[in-house]
Design a protein around this ligand. Structure first.
Ligand SMILES: [Zn+2]
Ligand SMILES: [Zn+2]
Length: 154
């Protein structure tokens, strides 16, 4: 936190601004804060470039809503076009949820002994959203039990 436009002086509170010729607006010269607040000083150009760069990107971007957590996430039109070219649908998961989707853990099935995978989203769905324990059977065995149950009901 400093500013190369601030020079120590006996006047003011100890700092003079070489850009405005007056007192530095900050108690401790801070070129970054100065650029953000007043668009002045040595860092102003960087901030300006970043701002215009951001607006340039956003005009080309599409905002999508994550179907899991409903958070808005930004994807470039370019990437969407690539998805379309491959006949894929647009992403439905935000980057955070996508990461969870790929975070798969494997569990042994209580009935058949086989392994079945559950990703973090599924685990969170059971544990956090529904307040249920994690399933102890693979999807196939779960389906078998469901069918058997229905058969006895009839
Ligand atoms: Zn999400
Ligand atoms: Zn099983």
């Amino acid at each position: 936190m400093s500013c190369k436009c601030a020079i120590p002086t006996d006047q003011y509170h100890g700092w003079e601004c070489t850009v405005s010729g007056g007192e530095c607006m900050f108690l401790m010269p801070n070129s970054k804060a100065c650029a953000e607040k007043y668009c002045e000083g040595p860092d102003a150009k960087i901030i300006e470039e970043r701002r215009s760069g951001m607006s340039k990107v956003s005009s080309n971007d599409v905002i999508l809503v994550c179907k899991v957590c409903s958070t808005e996430f930004v994807i470039s039109q370019e990437l969407l076009d690539k998805f379309a070219a491959k006949k894929l649908s647009a992403p439905t998961h935000c980057p955070a949820c996508l990461e969870k989707k790929h975070n798969i853990k494997y569990y042994p099935c209580k009935d058949c002994g086989g392994q079945f995978g559950m990703n973090q989203l599924e685990r969170e769905y059971y544990l956090e959203k529904m307040g249920w324990p994690l399933p102890v059977r693979c999807p196939k065995c779960r389906e078998k039990r469901r069918v058997a149950k229905e058969a006895t009901r009839k």
